[in-house]
Write a protein that binds this ligand. Structure first.
Ligand SMILES: Nc1ncnc2c1ncn2[C@@H]1O[C@H](COP(=O)(O)OP(=O)(O)O)[C@@H](O)[C@H]1O
Ligand SMILES: O=C(O)C1=C[C@@H](OP(=O)(O)O)[C@@H](O)[C@H](O)C1
Length: 299
């Protein structure tokens, strides 16, 4: 059996900078392959109730990761800095991505815009929100388009936007929550890699209630407070769309992620950690390790 090697960054000092909403330290991932050799720096999550502090990461020659939390992608981790890890993960995935764009799909409020911006910055890609793209092309808001021209008019322009974006490499595209329902949109998104952000209904409704339903016309028909409107509306849409979301090349399930990180609430998972997990799942897909078939890409 080969000896386990000490990671190159064993003397790296973790700064005492604040990370995440509660200023807790981040958790870094060091992935070891089956033969026990250090493979690469992997993923992280914010660990609640641990004070930020400086320390040296010096791993012994035989690391026991049996107690380390495990991400959905199967990586385990120790304490580290999440921005640093995102950068490293992005560097690692960049070469296998080879310029392919990333299309984030998921329900309203699943974090496509928030996570997409972080991802694009880490990868040096451009970020495009397809709703904003349509709004710019039409010179009016999505809400007004729905109210004045109807949903199918909006869907036509959404498809046109995705078609145009599909030709452009090096983009992270936050698609609209309903883009998955038109089969032709998958043809466009297949020019890149699609990732489904799978977020529990309650968390979606809480996020949307926090900002209100004004900019989400499909939730305007429901009655009750913002949370109830969002929950009921999203429940109905989810039932119709879950099969379509399953077409994505990769999925990041926040429930699985929270369970593996031993977090009680998906709200405790920061957008940066989700971005890292998106990259880890893309890597799995590109290596043919997630059960989805690879396609030929134009870039
Ligand atoms: N990981 C997260 N934890 C808590 N709130 C989040 C997270 N990601 C996004 N949000 C919040 O949820 C709301 C919807 O996010 P957004 O990125 O606009 O979703 P989408 O583009 O999928 O509709 C925003 O107010 C955003 O700040
Ligand atoms: O789920 C949907 O059908 C929609 C989601 C919205 O985008 P977000 O997912 O960015 O909120 C926007 O495209 C439009 O209101 C319709």
């Amino acid at each position: 059996m080969e000896a386990i090697t000490t990671p190159q960054f064993s003397a790296l000092t973790i700064g005492s900078k604040s990370i995440g909403r509660n200023e807790n330290i981040a958790m870094a991932a060091l992935n070891f392959n089956r033969r026990g050799r250090k493979h690469c720096v992997r993923t992280i999550a914010r660990k609640p109730n641990i004070q930020s502090r400086s320390f040296h990461l010096g791993l012994p020659h035989s690391c026991d990761h049996s107690q380390a939390p495990v991400l959905e992608s199967g990586d385990c981790y120790t304490s580290f800095d999440e921005d640093w890890l995102l950068k490293n993960k992005a560097q690692e995935v960049t070469s296998c991505l080879n310029g392919r764009s990333i299309f984030l799909v998921g329900m309203m409020g699943s974090g496509k815009t928030t996570v997409g911006r972080i991802l694009s910055e880490a990868l040096g890609y451009c970020f495009v929100d397809s709703d904003r793209y349509v709004e710019q092309a039409m010179g009016t808001s999505v809400t007004e388009i729905f109210e004045q021209r109807g949903e199918s008019f909006f869907r036509d322009h959404e498809s046109e936007a995705l078609q145009k974006l599909s030709f452009a490499p090096r983009k992270v595209v936050a698609t609209g929550g309903g883009a998955v329902v038109r089969p032709v949109n998958w043809k466009y998104m297949r020019q890149g890699i699609s990732v489904f952000l799978d977020v529990p209904l309650d968390a979606l409704a809480r996020r949307i209630a926090a900002v209100g339903t004004d900019s989400r016309p499909l939730l305007h028909f429901e009655s009750g407070d913002a949370y109830t409107k969002a929950f009921v509306g999203l429940f109905t849409l989810t039932k119709k769309r879950s099969e379509a979301y399953a077409n994505a090349d990769a999925t990041v399930s926040l429930l699985h992620l929270a369970t593996n990180l031993r977090l009680e609430d998906v709200f405790d998972i920061t957008p940066t950690v989700i971005a890292i997990e998106v990259l880890a799942q893309i890597e799995k897909f590109l290596r043919g390790n997630n059960g989805k078939s690879l396609r030929m890409y134009p870039y």
